[in-house]
Write a protein that binds this ligand. Structure first.
Ligand SMILES: [Cu+2]
Length: 126
């Protein structure tokens, strides 16, 4: 009887614990539903160039971000949007659903040299 319980216990431990454990699992990022307003963003030393700086509230923003010079960090201050871009790498696609109307600051959050602190611009959502 004791052996049978030990055998059942080992089945539970070996069979169920690994599959029930979610530590270390990575899930694919969720893509918010469209329609999208596409904004092309180009980083260079030391500025951001955006194809549009006026966004519509209530529509998902699809940023196509690339660097043509150096490594920079595309971030929208006060949000969880943050992504490093490196010259020569493929453009990154970043989705953003603004939670409120207003003016947002885009800043570089990867130190990129002498002009890093001036690598700031803004976008408005209305
Ligand atoms: Cu920088």
């Amino acid at each position: 009887m004791l052996r049978r319980k030990a055998w059942l216990l080992s089945l539970v431990l070996l069979g169920f614990l690994p599959t029930g454990c979610s530590v270390g699992q990575v899930s694919a990022p969720k893509i918010p539903p469209g329609p999208y307003q596409v904004v092309k963003v180009t980083a260079s030393d030391w500025k951001w160039t955006l194809s549009s700086k006026h966004l519509k509230y209530g529509e998902t923003v699809k940023f196509l971000v690339k660097s043509i010079q150096g490594v920079h960090g595309f971030s929208i201050v006060g949000t969880n949007i943050s992504s490093a871009v490196t010259a020569g790498d493929p453009q990154k696609v970043i989705y953003w659903v603004p939670q409120a109307k207003g003016v947002y600051t885009i800043a570089c959050n990867v130190y990129c040299g002498a002009g890093h602190s001036s690598m700031v611009t803004s976008i408005s959502v209305s």
